[in-house]
Design a protein around this ligand. Structure first.
Ligand SMILES: Cc1ncc(COP(=O)(O)O)c(C=O)c1O
Length: 378
C-alpha cells in the first residue's frame, strides 16, 4: 500500500487556482485558506485515470456508465446504510447548480427557501438569485457541538417554506447530524409539508471516529427528498465537479429531470472516470487523509484554546473550522488579510465575529497560519 505524504508543500500559484491565483493577492505574499479545496496531491489511481484519457486523446461527449451508477449505489449502501434504486439517480456536473434547479422548481414567491445559519453561503444566495423569500433560523452551540435551535426551526417552518436546505455534515462547523436530530427534522418537515434538499458532499470527511453518516433521504415513506452526493470534496477533485442526485419519489424526480434540460451540461469524461477511480480505488488515500486532517484539527483546537478571545468547538467532519473571536480582536479577517492570511469572514455565512479557516493543508502551512493569528494577539 502506498504511503502518501501530506506534509509536502505544493506550489499552486500560476495554475489558474481559484484559491491561490486570486487577483486580490497580486504582488502580495498570501496564505489562502478561504476556498474549500485541499492542498494535497490526489490518489495515484485518480492521476492514472486522467493519464489514460490523455493517452487516448479523444475528448468527445460522455455518458455515465452503469458501472459508475453501481459504484455510487454501493457506496451509499455500504458507507451510509441506505438502500437506493439505480432509477433514483440523476447525475449532474455540480451540486450547487443542482440545488439551484431544485429551489427554482419547488419554491415560489409564497413558499420560500429555509436554511440554518451559519451555512455554506450558496444556500442563502440561491433564493436571492431566484428572487424567492429566504427564511433562516440559527444554529446553537450545545454540549460542545453545533446543532439546530429546533424551536426557531419550527417557527420558521410555520411560514410554509417550499424547501428546506439541509447541509449534512454541516459546513461550517462540522456537525454530523445524529439520529435524534434527523428524526426531528423529518418529523417537522413532514408536519409542515416541506421538501428536504440534502447536501451530503462532506459525508466521507468524518474525522470524529464515532460519527456515523445518516442519509435523511432514507425516510422516503415520510417525506419527499432530494439528496446530493459527490466524491469531489473528499478526494480533492473539486475542480472536476460531478455529483449524483438521489430522488426516490418518482414525480419529484421526473419534474427535476425535466428542469435540467437545456441548463445542465453533460459530465466530462474526466469527471466520470475520476469519480469511478475514487469510488473503486480511493480508500487507501482517504484512510490516510482522515487521520492527517484530524491531527491538523487537534493542532488548531489546541492553538485556539490557548489563545485568549478565540473559541471553536471540535468538528465531527469537514476541514472547515468555524472560529469565533471576541471584539478585542477588532476586524480579525481584515487584520489577517493585511498580514498575509486569507480566511473567510463569518458574515459570508451569516455569522458575526467568526472566521472560517480551511485546515486541509500541510502541517507547516497550518503552523504558519496560527503564527500569523498569534502575532495579532494583544
Ligand atoms: C456543502 C457544500 N456543497 C456543495 C459544494 C460545492 O459543490 P459543487 O462544486 O459540486 O457545486 C461545497 C463546496 O465547498 C460545499 O461545501
Amino acid at each position: 500500500m502506498k504511503k502518501y505524504d501530506f506534509d509536502q508543500v505544493i506550489d499552486r500559484r500560476n495554475t489558474s487556482s481559484y484559491k491561490w491565483d486570486n487577483p486580490m493577492y497580486a504582488g502580495k505574499s498570501m496564505l489562502p485558506m478561504p476556498v474549500a479545496d485541499m492542498e494535497f496531491v490526489v490518489a495515484d489511481e485518480i492521476l492514472e485515470a486522467l493519464d489514460k484519457i490523455t493517452q487516448h486523446g479523444v475528448l468527445g461527449y460522455s455518458i455515465v456508465p452503469d458501472s459508475l451508477k453501481l459504484l455510487a449505489q454501493k457506496r451509499i449502501q455500504e458507507e451510509y446504510h441506505w438502500t437506493t434504486e439505480l432509477d433514483w439517480q440523476v447525475w449532474l456536473p455540480g451540486i450547487v447548480p443542482g440545488i439551484t434547479l431544485a429551489c427554482d422548481l419547488f419554491s415560489n414567491d409564497a413558499r420560500g427557501v429555509l436554511t440554518a445559519i451559519p451555512v455554506y453561503h450558496p444556500f442563502h444566495l440561491i433564493p436571492t438569485w431566484l428572487n424567492r423569500p429566504l427564511l433562516t433560523f440559527p444554529m446553537v452551540e450545545k454540549d460542545g457541538r453545533w446543532t439546530y435551535d429546533f424551536v426557531a426551526f419550527e417557527e420558521a417552518l410555520k411560514q410554509k417554506p417550499g424547501v428546506f436546505l439541509f447541509c449534512n455534515p454541516h459546513n461550517p462547523g462540522g456537525t454530523v447530524f445524529n439520529q435524534a436530530e434527523i428524526d426531528r427534522i423529518v418529523a417537522l418537515c413532514k408536519q409542515y409539508d416541506c421538501l428536504i434538499i440534502s447536501d451530503e458532499i462532506h459525508a466521507d470527511l468524518r474525522i470524529h471516529p464515532q460519527s456515523k453518516h445518516i442519509c435523511i433521504g432514507q425516510y422516503i415513506e415520510e417525506i419527499p427528498s432530494i439528496s446530493f452526493f459527490a466524491t469531489s470534496k473528499a478526494f480533492n477533485t473539486a475542480g472536476l465537479g460531478g455529483c449524483v442526485t438521489i430522488i426516490p419519489h418518482q414525480k419529484t424526480r421526473e419534474a427535476f429531470i425535466k428542469k435540467t434540460f437545456g441548463y445542465m451540461p453533460m459530465l466530462s469524461r474526466h469527471s466520470i472516470d475520476v469519480m469511478s477511480a475514487a469510488y473503486l480505488h480511493g480508500s487507501n488515500w482517504l484512510s490516510q487523509l482522515l487521520p492527517y486532517l484530524k491531527q491538523n484539527h487537534d493542532y488548531l483546537m489546541d492553538f485556539v484554546n490557548q489563545t485568549s478571545g478565540l473559541d471553536m468547538v471540535p468538528l465531527e467532519a469537514t476541514y472547515l473550522a468555524w472560529i469565533s473571536y471576541d471584539p478585542t480582536w477588532g476586524d480579525l479577517p481584515e487584520r489577517l488579510l493585511e498580514n498575509g492570511l486569507h480566511v473567510l469572514r463569518g458574515e459570508q455565512f451569516k455569522g458575526k465575529n467568526f472566521i472560517r479557516l480551511n485546515f486541509a493543508c500541510s502541517k507547516t502551512q497550518l503552523q504558519e497560519a496560527c503564527q500569523i493569528i498569534a502575532s495579532l494577539a494583544h
